[in-house]
Design a protein around this ligand. Structure first.
Ligand SMILES: C[S@@+](CC[C@H](N)C(=O)[O-])C[C@H]1O[C@@H](n2cnc3c(N)ncnc32)[C@H](O)[C@@H]1O
Length: 256
């Protein structure tokens, strides 16, 4: 059996993570550069080592997950969310059920809360925030960010909701308290239902077409009729109708 396929099987057995659902060439390249840097010759040697070494397993998880994020990522889209999507959703429902899926280190759910705070008191805002990577979730809960993550944050929000601590910025508790973080694997775990808004950005690019189709279908099943899916700025869905979506705006889909 080829080296990589065996590795994929062993990782699935050990961690429950199915690397076969991620684009193979890309994933192989990232993992090969990690094991070569560590001095291993092939995937078999690499697996045997990480099977024995928790730190190496964590490094592998870090490498495969890619946690890059920032506040108000692709700022124009968040303006659409604020000025077009939220007013419509709030006209239909006073409390919104929101999920930031693959939320990484928290910038996305916290941005959602800041944007929604233009309409609702923070005490009425709750964002369900999930990621596969427990380390990322831990960092999200701590909520300390380098300045570059805040480049797109409007000044008013920066003053109101961040405290400068040396080179870093700490997210204020009032915003942190709006997010409920939980580990969730999009490829394997069950999806909650009846969401008004699901935000899932900059993770679908890593998945195979089959995995993407399954996830879009799951999102569609999880949204209430009229609910919105907000995707990343390179992640347009080419056949939204197949999943029961219609286009609401660029990168926003409404469940029919
Ligand atoms: C590039 S970050 C995107 C963060 C944020 N959504 C954004 O757009 O800035 C991708 C995230 O997807 C997560 N991820 C990868 N595979 C996943 C899976 N199967 N289920 C849930 N999250 C996953 C990674 O751990 C990582 O935090």
């Amino acid at each position: 059996m080829p080296d990589y396929i065996k590795f994929v099987e062993s990782i699935k057995h050990k961690t429950g993570i199915d690397l076969a659902a991620y684009k193979e060439a890309q994933m192989k390249r990232r993992l090969t550069s990690l094991y070569e840097k560590k001095g291993y010759k092939n995937f078999v040697e690499f697996y045997n080592a990480l099977d024995q070494d928790r730190d190496l397993l964590n490094e592998f998880l870090d490498r495969m997950t890619i946690n890059v994020s920032e506040f108000y990522r692709n700022g124009k889209r968040w303006e659409i969310l604020q000025h077009k999507i939220f007013p419509k959703l709030l006209a239909e429902n006073k409390r919104l059920k929101i999920w930031s899926a693959a939320c990484s280190t928290g910038e996305e759910p916290y941005t959602t809360a800041m944007v929604l705070s233009n309409y609702l008191p923070l005490s009425q805002i709750s964002v369900h925030a999930t990621d596969l990577d427990e380390n990322a979730i831990q960092r999200a809960k701590v909520g300390i960010y380098p300045e570059r993550s805040l480049a797109e944050v409007p000044n008013e929000m920066k003053t109101k909701y961040f405290e400068k601590q040396g080179q870093f910025y700490k997210m204020e508790d009032v915003i942190k308290n709006t997010a409920n973080f939980k580990k969730h694997n999009l490829l394997k775990d069950t999806y909650d239902k009846n969401y008004d808004l699901i935000i899932c950005r900059n993770v679908m690019i890593y998945f195979t077409e089959e995995a993407k189709d399954q996830i879009y279908q799951n999102f569609s099943n999880s949204l209430r009729s009229g609910g919105i899916l907000f995707v990343g700025s390179t992640e347009q869905i080419f056949n939204p109708g197949k999943f029961g979506f219609e286009i609401e705006d660029t990168f926003f889909y409404r469940k029919k």
